[in-house]
Unconditional design. Structure first.
Lengths: 295, 383
C-alpha cells in the first residue's frame, strides 16, 4: 500500500464521514426535540438538492443563493412533515414506532414524487470551487469536500450554541424532556415541536446542498442517506448532535480503511461488525453520557 | 395499458422511414380490415429496470404505429398490449398469464430484466409459443427452451467486445471498477476470457449497487497503475469517482453503462470513455439512420440500444406473424428461427445462444467532452 493510497482513503473516509454525520445531525436534532426517529431525514436533503439544482440550472441563480434556497426548502418540508404527519399522529396517541412508520411512508412518497417530477436521471450539481481538486501528497480531494468538512463542523458548533445559550434552544429542550412541565411555565410546546422539525429540515437541507455536488442527485438517494445517517447517529448516541458527527467520521473511516486493508467486497461486513461491537460494548453510543447531560 | 400519443406527421415520416428501412418487407400502405392481431408485451416500466423498459416501450409503440400505417399484418392491424411488471418476476408471470390465457395473444415480448424474462418463459415454453426477450441469455435452463429468443447479447459476448477493443489498443494491464450487480456479471465473463486476449487485471475493486462514493476503490485501482480501466456499473457514480481521484487512463465500459441518463449524471467527467454498443444515435450506421430519424421526429430525442431492441423485437414478431399467420403459436415460433437483420443487430435465433448476435454487430462509441462519437473500430475477424 502506498502513502498516497492511505492518504486518499483517509480523505474519502473523512468526507464520507461528514456526509453521514450531517444526515445523522438532522436526525439527532429532531429526536432531541421531539423523540421522533425521522426516516425522512435523507429526503429533506433530496428536496434541498433538487431545489438547489433547479435554482442553478433553470433559473441561473448564483451558487450561494441556490444553496440557501435548498436549505430553506428543507426547513419548509420539515415543518410540513411535522404539521401534516407527526402532529396528527401524536394527537391520536402515536408511539415512537408509529412515528417511524409514518415518516418511512413519507420517505417513499417523496422518492416517488421526485421520480415523477424530476425524472430518473442522476443530476450533477455544481459545488463550491467547481470541480477543482486540492493536492494532498499526490492524493486528491475536491475543494467542495473541504467546504463540506468545514461547514459540517460549523453546524455542530452552532447547534451546541443554540441549545445551550439561546432561549428558543432551551425551550425546545424543555418541551422535549417534560412537555407538561414546559407548558406550565408558558412554553408553547406544539410550536417548539414545529421549530424542531423546521431546524431538523434546515440541517437536512444544509446536508443536501453540500452532499449533492459530491454524489449527484437521484430520486432514490434519500433513504440511502437516511440509513447511513441513522447508523452514524446511533454510534454517536441518538440525540447528541456532536455524537452524530463523531459517529459519522468513525463509520466513514472504518469503511475506507476496510477497503484499503481488507477488500472492497467486505467493506459493509466490516463496518456492520464494527457497529455491532460498538452497540454491544456501549449500548447508548460512544457519547451516551454526554448525550444525557445535554450534549 | 399505457399508451402515448404520436403525431400524424410523425406517423407519415415514420411510414416513409419504414419503407426506406426495408426491415418490414412491407408493401405500400394497404387497406386494413378485420380484428386487430394482439401481441402481448410485459416490460419493466417501473422499478429498477424502468430505464430499460421505458425506452423499449417508446420504440415498440412507434413500431406499432408504423406497421399499421404500412398495412398491418396481411391486411389486419396489430395491437400491442403492454403491461408493467414493476421489475418483479412474480408480477411479470401474472401479467403474462393474463395476456396468454385471457387475451389469447399468439406470442409474447419481454421482459426487460433476466428474472422477469425467466418467469414468463416458464409459461411460454409450456404453451410452445414464441417469446422475444429484451434481455441477453440468462440462466442455463433458458437453453432448454425451444421458443425463447433474445434480442440483446449474452454477457460473454459483451465481455468479448470489450476485450477485442482492449487488445486492439494493445492494453495488457487493466484495472477494474465494477458494481455488485450488472458489473459483477460482466466482470465474471471478462475474467473467464481475459487470458485468451493477453489481458491481466492489476486491480479489481467492487462496490455495492447504489453506492454514492467509490473514491477509495478508485484510488486502489489508480495505485495499481493500469494501462486502462474497465468501469462497469448501472450508475454514473464510479465514472465520476474514477476521474476525481485522477485516474487519467482511458476508461472502457460496457453497453449497460451507456444510457444517456447515466452520461448526464457523469457531468463534465463524461470524457474519454469507450463503450462497445450497437447504436450511436449521434452517428448511426447507414442501416440504422431511418430508424434514428423516425425516432427523433417522434420523441425529439435520440434512441439508443434499448430503443433499438424494442423496435427490433416488434418487427421480428410482425415478420413471423406475416409468415405463419396469427393463430398457430408453434408455427409462429418456428417462423422466427432464421436470420434477421434488425436495426440494433443481425440475429440468428437458431444459434445455440438463442440470439445469434455476432461481434461484428457491435459498434464502438467514445464519449468526448460529454458527446458520443462513433469510432471507426469494428470487429470483423471472429464471431
Amino acid at each position: 500500500m502506498t502513502t498516497t493510497l492511505f492518504i486518499q482513503s483517509l480523505l474519502a473516509g473523512v468526507t464520507n464521514g461528514c456526509v453521514y454525520g450531517l444526515i445523522g445531525l438532522g436526525l439527532s436534532v429532531i429526536y432531541r426535540g421531539s423523540r421522533v426517529v425521522n426516516a425522512m431525514q435523507g429526503d429533506f436533503s433530496l428536496v434541498a438538492g433538487i431545489i438547489a439544482y433547479l435554482a442553478m440550472e433553470r433559473l441561473g441563480a448564483p451558487i450561494l443563493i441556490a444553496f440557501l434556497g435548498g436549505m430553506v426548502a428543507g426547513a419548509i418540508v420539515g415543518w410540513i412533515v411535522e404539521l401534516l404527519f407527526v402532529r396528527p399522529t401524536r394527537k391520536r396517541g402515536g408511539t415512537e414506532e408509529s412515528f417511524l412508520l409514518v415518516t418511512l411512508g413519507g420517505a417513499f412518497a417523496v422518492s416517488a414524487a421526485a421520480l415523477l417530477f424530476f425524472g430518473r436521471d442522476s443530476h450533477p450539481v455544481r459545488g463550491l470551487g467547481g470541480n477543482e481538486l486540492l493536492d494532498v501528497f499526490d492524493a486528491a480531494i475536491r475543494v467542495h469536500a473541504v467546504w463540506l468538512i468545514v461547514l459540517s463542523l460549523a453546524v455542530v458548533v452552532a447547534l451546541r450554541f443554540f441549545y445551550t445559550r439561546t432561549f428558543i434552544g432551551k425551550s425546545i429542550m424543555a418541551a422535549s424532556i417534560d412537555a407538561d412541565g414546559a407548558t406550565t411555565i408558558g412554553i408553547n410546546v406544539p410550536l417548539m415541536r414545529s421549530l424542531t422539525f423546521l431546524l431538523g429540515g434546515a440541517v437536512g437541507g444544509v446536508a443536501g446542498v453540500l452532499v449533492s455536488p459530491l454524489i449527484t442527485i437521484h430520486y432514490e438517494m434519500g433513504l440511502l442517506l437516511t440509513l447511513k445517517g441513522f447508523t452514524a447517529a446511533i454510534i454517536g448516541t441518538l440525540g447528541n448532535p456532536f455524537g452524530a458527527i463523531v459517529g459519522g467520521l468513525m463509520l466513514g473511516l472504518v469503511e475506507a480503511l476496510a477497503i484499503v486493508f481488507v477488500s472492497s467486497g467486505y467493506k459493509d461486513v466490516i463496518s456492520m461488525t464494527f457497529l455491532i461491537l460498538i452497540m454491544i460494548a456501549i449500548p447508548n453510543g460512544i457519547l451516551g453520557h454526554r448525550g444525557r447531560a445535554g450534549g | 395499458m399505457i399508451r402515448t400519443k404520436i403525431s400524424r406527421r410523425t406517423v407519415l415520416m415514420g411510414t416513409a422511414g419504414v419503407t426506406a428501412l426495408g426491415a418490414l418487407h412491407a408493401p405500400a400502405i394497404a387497406q386494413q380490415g378485420g380484428e386487430p392481431i394482439k401481441i402481448g408485451a410485459v416490460l419493466c416500466l417501473t422499478g429498477p429496470g424502468a430505464g430499460l423498459g421505458q425506452a423499449e416501450r417508446s420504440a415498440m409503440q412507434l413500431a406499432e404505429k408504423m406497421v399499421n400505417e404500412a398495412g398491418g399484418v396481411n391486411g389486419r392491424p396489430i395491437r400491442v398490449l403492454i403491461e408493467d411488471d414493476g421489475s418483479k418476476p412474480d408480477i411479470a408471470k401474472s401479467k403474462a398469464e393474463a395476456l396468454i390465457f385471457n387475451e389469447k395473444v399468439p406470442l409474447m415480448i419481454g421482459s426487460s430484466l433476466t428474472a422477469s424474462t425467466g418467469a414468463i418463459a416458464a409459461l411460454t415454453n409450456g404453451e410452445k409459443m414464441a417469446q422475444v426477450a429484451l434481455t441477453g441469455l440468462g440462466p442455463a435452463i433458458e437453453l432448454t427452451y425451444k421458443s425463447l429468443y433474445h434480442v440483446l447479447p449474452p454477457q460473454p459476448l459483451n465481455a468479448r467486445a470489450m476485450l477485442e477493443y482492449t487488445k486492439a489498443q494493445n492494453f495488457k494491464k487493466i484495472g477494474v471498477l465494477h458494481d455488485s450487480g450488472y458489473g459483477q456479471l460482466v466482470y465474471n465473463s471478462l475474467r473467464e476470457q481475459a487470458a485468451a486476449y493477453g489481458v491481466s487485471f492489476a486491480a479489481v475493486e467492487k462496490f455495492e449497487v447504489g453506492a454514492q462514493d467509490v473514491s477509495t476503490q478508485a484510488a486502489k485501482v489508480r495505485a495499481a497503475q493500469p494501462e486502462a480501466v474497465y468501469v462497469i456499473a448501472t450508475s454514473p457514480v464510479p465514472f465520476r469517482g474514477a476521474r476525481q481521484v485522477r485516474i487519467t487512463q482511458p476508461i472502457i465500459s460496457a453497453i449497460g453503462s451507456s444510457p444517456y441518463d447515466y452520461v448526464r449524471g457523469m457531468g463534465e467527467y463524461a470524457d474519454d470513455i469507450v463503450f462497445p454498443e450497437f447504436l450511436v444515435g449521434e452517428d448511426p450506421e447507414p442501416h440504422q439512420k431511418a430508424f434514428v430519424d423516425m425516432y427523433k421526429a417522434a420523441y425529439n430525442s435520440l434512441p439508443k440500444n434499448y430503443e433499438a431492441a424494442g423496435w427490433d423485437a416488434l418487427q421480428i414478431a410482425v415478420n413471423a406473424l406475416k409468415k405463419a399467420g396469427p393463430t398457430d403459436r408453434e408455427a409462429i415460433a418456428q417462423a422466427m428461427r432464421e436470420p434477421y437483420r434488425g436495426v440494433m443487430a443481425s440475429y440468428n435465433f437458431a444459434a445455440p445462444d438463442l440470439t445469434g448476435i455476432e461481434l461484428s454487430s457491435f459498434v464502438f462509441s467514445k464519449l468526448v467532452k460529454t458527446q458520443f462519437t462513433r469510432l471507426p473500430f469494428k470487429v470483423t475477424a471472429r464471431s
